[in-house]
Design a protein. Structure first.
Length: 449
């Protein structure tokens, strides 16, 4: 059947969902930029504000603590207030936080700016997932989630080498002024383009158009107006969700700890490379994530039609790479070998997006935002715990050496800290093996996207 033979509501839905999805992805991209943005400016911020590794690590950690703490509220806002209003408000907060960071001359002010950014950046991801659940079919969910993460990861690329070059050109403060302006523009675009569901533009739902049966009600019946207490109780007592939480906790938590805070400093101090060259390795890891997220989704939706096996496979890439980086030559492998290791760590981040598809497969629509919030918070809880701990382990081995106001750490300090990433990646792999397969993922024939 050609698309000219489809019913008009179906053709209209397929037309309208793509610009909505693109805007949601762009909003999420800004948050991804801020996750990675601290690594290229680490030594300059530490020198300008006279920060220790623990203090700087707390700037990275506050993003992830806030992000993790906001996942359940963000999911609830996506279920109740709606993605459009939620994303627009988040972008406005990110803009304000960027302005505050650009003007900071003390730790307390830059911490406040980072905190505001963290609140603002915490909401677009789950709102994007909620839009996917409303505008796309179940068998597309893992693929589209992977594509969403993949394209949003362009923000991490922008927060790596490009940001390093911009910082060398105009400084880190003006760089954040520019990001504030971009966030403000995206808030306006979101308000005029995004619509929460097909019903908000007078269209029937995807399930109604495709004659699909409702999801099994495994968590009890809950309407969109159920109390928060009932929603939380249903989600937090669902034992299928906790291994999904731990997949992100270990796999993404390890990735974010190293590449969003410490990788550039490690390379600059261990291999004596320049900032922009060191940022290239962060970029390579981001490219690995860009490849890994849709690849894992495609394997899950199309080739394997499973959830657990793709998650375990991609999580194993992360674990193996961290072990090699830590153990090879005392955490100083040949510089050329670090390129594929960074790519494979990023590739391993294809596992967490599949967990969101598991939520779509098993949780009824009224609870999907809250359940997605719980599962999606795993990686950010992991990063929030590990980033300052990584810095603490570095400081324990610090010998007192400083260059231009920045602490210089011996190789043994980095190896000790890398072991933390190995433990976390191992936890993510084991958790993937414990995920309960949701079952049958195929559906009746329907027209292509």
């Amino acid at each position: 059947m050609s698309n000219t033979d489809w019913p008009e509501p179906l053709r209209s839905l397929y037309r309208q969902r793509w610009p909505i999805w693109i805007v949601a992805v762009l909003a999420h991209t800004i948050g991804m930029f801020h996750r990675a943005a601290m690594a290229p400016i680490a030594d300059r911020v530490m020198a300008d504000l006279q920060l220790t590794a623990v203090a700087f690590g707390s700037l990275g950690a506050v993003y992830f603590y806030t992000y993790a703490a906001m996942q359940i509220p963000s999911g609830t806002l996506a279920d109740t207030l709606g993605p459009r209003k939620t994303v627009a408000a988040g972008l406005l907060l990110s803009a304000l936080g960027s302005f505050v960071m650009s003007a900071a001359h003390s730790f307390s002010v830059i911490y406040l700016g980072r905190l505001l950014i963290s609140f603002g950046a915490s909401v677009p991801a789950l709102s994007a997932m909620k839009l996917l659940m409303g505008w796309f079919r179940p068998r597309e969910m893992a693929t589209m989630t992977g594509l969403t993460v993949s394209l949003a990861s362009l923000g991490q690329i922008a927060g790596a080498t490009p940001l390093a070059l911009v910082v060398m050109w105009i400084g880190w403060r003006l760089s954040f002024v520019a990001m504030a302006g971009i966030s403000l523009v995206m808030a306006i675009v979101t308000w005029f383009i995004v619509r929460d569901s097909p019903a908000h533009v007078g269209l029937p739902s995807v399930a109604e158009l495709r004659h699909q049966t409702p999801l099994p009600d495994a968590t009890g019946r809950h309407s969109p107006h159920s109390s928060l207490a009932r929603r939380f109780a249903a989600v937090f007592t669902d034992t299928r969700l906790w291994p999904l939480f731990l997949v992100g906790f270990g796999t993404y938590g390890a990735y974010a700890t190293l590449f969003h805070n410490w990788m550039v400093i490690y390379l600059m101090q261990t291999y004596n490379v320049q900032r922009d060259f060191g940022a290239n390795f962060v970029l390579i890891a981001a490219i690995g994530m860009i490849v890994g997220a849709p690849a894992a989704g495609f394997l899950s939706d199309r080739l394997l039609q499973q959830r657990r096996l793709p998650m375990a496979l991609f999580a194993s890439f992360s674990l193996a790479s961290f072990l090699i980086l830590t153990l090879w030559n005392g955490a100083r492998p040949p510089l050329t070998a670090i390129y594929p290791l960074c790519f494979l760590v990023g590739l391993g981040c294809g596992a967490p997006p599949v967990t969101i598809a598991c939520v779509r497969d098993t949780v009824q629509p009224a609870l999907q935002g809250v359940a997605s919030g719980l599962v999606n918070s795993g990686g950010f809880v992991g990063a929030a715990i590990a980033q300052p701990l990584f810095g603490h382990l570095l400081d324990l081995k610090w010998t007192g050496e400083m260059i231009q106001g920045t602490r210089v750490y011996p190789l043994e300090a980095f190896q000790q800290s890398f072991l933390l990433c190995c433990v976390m990646a191992g936890l993510g792999f084991v958790a993937a093996l414990l995920v309960r397969e949701p079952g049958h993922l195929t559906s009746a024939p329907h027209p292509p996207c």
